[in-house]
Design a protein around this ligand. Structure first.
Ligand code: B12
Length: 271
């Protein structure tokens, strides 16, 4: 995968080719894409409560899964686990597959002397505070646009979202529309750029939906009607791939019932 961000500007293709090579080898073939950003860009937006405790020029990468991650990553991972231990049951096949992929990448990075901390989207502190806000990370990396109700005029916020003040916003991707997820970040603990290093330039934020009315529809769909997945199609993106029906059915299944679902659909046969 090229290190160019989704808008095609901002990131030099020669930015740490050895990191690029690891992500290309381990993550990209399984449908996971990685994009660089600086911790300072992220901390500036999330504020002190969610700030990551690293110097602002520390390099990090955010990892996205594309529309075919179920077929490219989750199912092959399950088959490989089951071929070693046919009786194994995995509570959360999706998260487990991500943990596995991140670990492999981390091992290869460590062999190149890059010490990394990886944080997954689902990791929370005991207080239930998320360890990373992946939408903001992907937004500052320039790979998605993050829409948040707080950016709407106050009147609209009050009319539509007053009841549930904590509602999260939603991110869209220029190619995938809503058919993607943001899986986490790698923080390169010992990789700080100099102040005058221009290899990583802060991307200009995307502007995928200029019309306020459509943004309102998007936020409403995500907030109150997310099960129908219409929010994923309000901005269709330039790509033509969406989640397969199998993956949609998998996501619609309660986490505790997903293993049975996979079995009943015949996905867990290893030969
Ligand atoms: C907790 C959580 C939930 C909870 C609560 C959600 C809620 N509505 O509050 C539950 C379990 C209910 C849930 C449900 C769902 N979730 Co959820 N959830 C999360 C999680 C783990 C954390 C979100 C959160 O609490 N953020 C904290 C708040 C405070 O953050 P915030 O509102 O963004 O505020 C910060 C920013 O605005 C920033 N900021 C300030 N100014 C500015 C300015 C700019 C320009 C920017 C960019 C940022 C910024 O600072 C604020 C903090 O100070 C994220 C993953 C993650 N780790 O980020 C997924 C995530 C948001 N969920 C996701 C999804 C898809 C869903 C569901 C559709 C379920 C599903 N099938 O997976 C439903 C939708 C329900 C709904 N109506 O929201 C996706 C959204 C993907 C996307 N395209 O955006 C995420 C990102 C997970 C992922 N792996 O991709 N979720």
């Amino acid at each position: 995968m090229s290190l160019s961000n989704a808008t095609g500007d901002g990131v030099d293709g020669e930015f740490f080719p050895e990191i690029n090579a690891v992500f290309n080898k381990i993550l990209l073939p399984v449908g996971l894409e990685s994009y660089p950003f600086l911790i300072g860009w992220y901390n500036e937006l999330v504020g002190s409560h969610f700030a990551l405790d690293y110097p602002p020029n520390t390099v990090a990468f955010v990892v996205l899964s594309g529309p075919d991650v179920f077929e490219k990553c989750v199912l092959p991972y399950l088959h490989s686990v089951l071929s070693q231990d046919p009786h194994r049951e995995i509570n959360d096949p999706l998260d487990d597959a991500m943990v596995h992929g991140f670990k492999l990448a981390q091992q290869d990075l460590s062999a190149l002397n890059f010490e990394t901390e990886s944080i997954h989207d689902f990791q929370l502190y005991p207080s239930r505070k998320p360890k990373i806000l992946v939408q903001t990370a992907a937004h500052v990396a320039g790979v998605v646009q993050y829409f948040h109700k707080s950016k709407l005029p106050l009147k609209i916020q009050e009319d539509l979202f007053a009841k549930e003040s904590k509602l999260a916003g939603v991110a869209l991707h220029p190619v995938y529309g809503g058919w993607f997820a943001i899986r986490g970040v790698f923080i390169f603990k010992n990789l700080e750029l100099n102040q005058d290093d221009k290899r990583l330039v802060r991307p200009v934020p995307l502007n995928l939906i200029p019309e306020q009315e459509r943004i309102v529809t998007l936020l409403k769909e995500f907030a109150y009607n997310w099960e129908e997945d219409k929010w994923r199609t309000i901005y269709s993106g330039t790509g033509s791939t969406k989640y397969s029906q199998d993956f949609q059915d998998f996501l619609a299944t309660k986490p505790g019932e997903r293993w049975e679902f996979l079995k009943s659909r015949g996905f867990l046969k290893t030969s």
